[in-house]
Design a protein around this ligand. Structure first.
Ligand SMILES: C[S@@+](CC[C@H](N)C(=O)[O-])C[C@H]1O[C@@H](n2cnc3c(N)ncnc32)[C@H](O)[C@@H]1O
Length: 259
């Protein structure tokens, strides 16, 4: 466990807004030596010199783990939350010129970034018609990275609109889910209303073969084949679900060959 800096604020009482937590975990120095082996996304991040990109350190090897198979391919990636544009610049460097990369943001100032490292469109992540138009322009969707408002209702609205549009084998990343525990993003009782409740619902849907209850979330119930939970990041894998089967192989000495 790395010790917090001497001047780090005390952990605030829960529930509170995230500002105290963000201050508590801020790293203002150079690249930590421990991140040396974190891979190409980390290398690009720590040597980045363009507009600001803001990432938690532990995300960098996770991006590499999930994104590596798509590198150098003509994938279609949508990032929700452009901000200063540094993240789009990072993805362009990482995925290369073949990739179709788009970002959306509610802030009209982001329109000035359109065409620099990818397409940028202005609108809200909870507007399904807007999202439809963006995906149509992109010609499809292989990776979504939700780093937008972090409001639970917005995350769910984007997921419902975009997950059905994701290609088979596609990935849906939702990051900064520490916000799911903060009242500013997730209501007065985050443990009941925050996005982690939605993740629990999707886990139940993934196991829908084994219980009699209706799907909680029809938009994702059919296509989610894997749910990966990391610190503050959830990755949903899209695929084709088929009813599970099991078999016995080998020989039971008491019964002869398997039936
Ligand atoms: C955390 S920043 C994005 C940081 C960027 N992805 C990066 O890594 O550097 C979040 C962005 O989401 C945008 N945003 C907030 N609410 C939004 C909404 N409803 N729809 C789309 N974008 C939104 C904000 O304007 C802000 O630029």
């Amino acid at each position: 466990m790395v010790a917090p800096p001497a001047d780090a604020p005390q952990m605030p009482a829960w529930p509170r807004s995230g500002n105290d937590y963000m201050r508590r975990f801020r790293h203002a120095g150079a690249r930590p030596a421990a991140s040396a082996g974190d891979g190409p996304v980390a290398d690009l991040f720590w040597t980045h010199e363009g507009p600001i990109a803001h990432k938690w350190h532990h995300y960098l090897p996770l991006y590499q783990r999930y994104f590596a198979p798509w590198r150098g391919r003509p994938l279609r990636m949508l990032e929700i939350g452009v901000s200063k544009g540094g993240s789009l610049a990072l993805w362009r460097k990482y995925f290369g010129p073949e990739a179709t990369i788009f970002g959306i943001d509610i802030d009209p100032a982001c329109a000035a970034l359109d065409g620099r490292d990818g397409g940028v469109r202005i609108g809200s992540q909870d507007d399904p018609a807007f999202l439809d138009a963006v995906v149509a322009k992109m010609g499809g969707l292989d990776i979504v990275l939700d780093d937008g408002s972090h409001q639970g209702a917005h995350i769910r609205a984007s997921l419902d609109a975009l997950f059905p549009r994701l290609s088979a084998g596609g990935l849906y990343f939702i990051e900064d889910l520490q916000t799911a525990y903060w009242t500013h993003f997730s209501g007065r009782n985050p443990r009941r209303q925050g996005f982690m409740r939605t993740v629990a619902e999707m886990i139940d849907d993934l196991h829908g073969w084994y219980h009699p209850f209706a799907a909680n979330r029809p938009a994702t119930a059919e296509g989610v084949v894997g749910i990966h939970i990391h610190d503050s990041i959830v990755v949903l894998e899209k695929g084709t679900r088929s009813e599970p089967r099991h078999s016995r192989v080998g020989t039971d000495p008491d019964q002869g060959a398997p039936a």
